[in-house]
Design a protein around this ligand. Structure first.
Ligand SMILES: Cc1ncc(COP(=O)(O)O)c(C=O)c1O
Length: 317
């Protein structure tokens, strides 16, 4: 192993090259987490006082501890997307014209797939049109692609279908792709050099990190095609959940590996359901006061989906 801050860890270099290739961009950078990937990318695109146009339920709004305000001094302009997905018209309306009173619309940020949207996938055309509108309005376009490969597998498209229209994109190795740690940011060479300095500023310069990068490299080499099976498992789970008394879900909305359902029972809250199932070895989380989120992944087989459904059936029926 080498020291990645000095750029001489061979595994990190290979991972960055392969990730850039996979996402069809000139350069890539390995970072510890998806949150740091978004924070560093948005910081590199913006100046204090700028505005970032995004969906109100996106990860950058909900789960990044206010980082974009605290660390980049930007305002998040929150639009209300359907299943977290913005429309071209919404973005067109939101981009601000040049005027001394208003902040500069510097970035349009899309999340694909969308976590709180239940793993929803941007139709390629919709993302392309939004990117064009963003660029025409002088903004950079960023994709929080923590689960971009899920979107690509779901639609049967190459990542380039999305990335060729945008300035930066992230990817998490540690989610559906199954690596223990790490994410990446891709973009052009000059942008990635700026992001590299910001990563160091945030404390994300890692030293003998090849051992972690190796897991991420394995993930992109071996675990992408398998996502189709993961999605089929999620759909099976959603279909089974829809048959349970007091569980509300439309299985047709499940496009990838995230399953969000409502618990509508007088005798059991969403939090209680999570607790009871946890006692039975099945782990998931509440999503708001009356809903739960389950995620299928590399370590869950089709048989285990059926076991989970059996267990839920016994508890709820
Ligand atoms: C869409 C999205 N972006 C970014 C992240 C952040 O990733 P991390 O947990 O590695 O910081 C997550 C985490 O769940 C996510 O769902």
């Amino acid at each position: 192993m080498g020291d990645d801050v000095f750029r001489d860890d061979p595994t990190v270099r290979l991972l960055e090259e392969r990730t850039a290739e996979l996402l069809a961009k000139p350069a890539g950078l390995f970072v510890p987490s998806g949150t740091m990937a978004n924070v560093a990318a948005i910081r590199a695109h913006t100046h204090h006082g700028d505005e970032v146009i995004c969906d109100e339920s996106s990860h950058i709004v909900q789960y990044e501890v206010g980082a974009h305000a605290a660390l980049s001094g930007v305002q998040l302009r929150q639009l209300s997307g359907e299943f977290g997905l913005l429309t071209a018209d919404q973005v067109r309306e939101a981009i601000r014209p040049e005027n001394i009173h208003v902040p500069v619309s510097r970035v349009v940020a899309l999340e694909n797939t969308h976590n709180r949207g239940g793993g929803s996938v941007y139709p390629v055309e919709q993302a392309r049109e939004i990117a064009e509108i963003g660029h025409a309005g002088g903004a950079k376009v960023h994709i929080d692609g923590a689960r971009l490969m899920n979107a690509c597998v779901a639609l049967g498209v190459e990542p380039e279908a999305y990335t060729r229209h945008v300035d930066s994109c992230t990817l998490c190795f540690s989610k559906a792709l199954g690596a223990p740690v790490g994410s990446a940011i891709v973009g052009d060479v000059e942008f990635i050099e700026r992001v590299r300095r910001i990563r160091k500023m945030l404390g994300g310069g890692m030293r003998q990190v090849g051992i972690i990068a190796a897991g991420a490299l394995y993930a992109i080499e071996h675990n992408i095609d398998w996502l189709a099976e993961d999605h089929a498992n999620a759909r099976r789970l959603a279909t089974g959940l829809a048959d349970l008394p007091g569980i509300e879900i439309d299985p047709d909305t499940v496009q990838t590996n995230i399953v969000i359902f409502r618990v509508n029972r007088p005798d059991l809250s969403a939090a209680e359901l999570v607790e009871r199932m946890s006692e039975r070895g099945i782990a998931f989380i509440t999503f708001g006061s009356d809903s739960c989120r389950m995620v299928t992944h590399l370590d869950v087989s089709r048989d285990e989906i059926d076991q989970a459904l059996d267990c839920l059936h016994r508890l709820l029926d």
